[in-house]
Design a protein around this ligand. Sequence first.
Ligand code: 5GP
Ligand code: MN
Length: 338
Amino acid sequence: MDTSDTNKIKELLSTAKNIVITTHKNPDGDAIGSSLALSHYLNSIGHSATVITPNDYPEFLKWIPGESSIVKYDSSVKTANIMIDNADLIFTLDFNHLSRSGDLETILEKAKSTFIMIDHHQQPDTYAKYMYSDTGMSSTCQMVYHFIEKLNDLDKITPEIATCIYVGIMTDTGSFRFRSTTSTTHKVIADLIDHGADNTQIHEKIYDTNTLSRIQLKGIALNNLKVLPEYKTAYITISQKELDQNSFKKGDTEGFVNIGLSIEGIKFALIFIENKGDAIIKISLRSKGDFSVNDFSRNHFEGGGHHNAAGGRSYLSLNDTVEKFISILPSYKNALNQ
Ligand code: 5GP
Ligand code: MN
């Protein structure tokens, strides 16, 4: 987004607008945090902004300021359609392609509103009139901070906005440890604390609210962990039956993929989770260093994301998916052993 785009956006926002903010399916901390932060900011400067998510999100996000006002498309189709029809502006946050918005895709494709994208995923699509895309950014939340900064409104950051932005930077950086965490990220975090984000409380609310069944499911994941030393790879499988036996709720498997990556010498970690409802195997991929899981997932599992963190899917059975994965690995032996 260059200065001319910033000026055009300033002009657009100089009169009251109906605004819809939407994000990707199965929203995570960055998706919810960035959408709510932006909605608080836009409402505070005189607009009428609403967040619409394609579907529900984990319990551990259901305390973020403004969360109760979110419209979930899958349970409020009519309301959401009217809002999208009436929107002057639609912000799409934390995704790079309309197909990432699940059942919202068709209605967003038809919408006549002006689109503004704020996103940090690789290979962004070009559906938006204004694109603020930066794949080097830690999170879309950090970008919302810089967006407010570009509009010279940092003094309008309230404790609520600071809290929302803090959540997404924290979750997308693995608590400020991934490569995307820069000195600027830390400066932004410092400013958010100065604006009223209670860092200790936010960490506790996101990470220390496990249920016993979730910890037990983690035990299953640990038990199912397989290591392939010759490929510096580790993977976990979880079947639908294992999920059902442990009262699985959305978000319960969040972070499990990192268990494999924490083993010494492992560069590539995956988790394959059976989802009978959607008739897919959901795959999460993580890597360390030069190995691109964005490329790997794009090439083999209809997904993508970032260099070191991506998602994907398979329509085969859980066993066949793992077999396919293992049959592909030899062609990456060199890349994984560099
Ligand atoms: P996760 O493994 O946590 O679901 O996703 C890791 C990262 O990859 C996130 O930034 C997420 O937005 C992105 N991602 C997950 N699934 C997909 C997918 O199917 N396609 C694309 N392009 N990105 C994905
Ligand atoms: Mn993100």
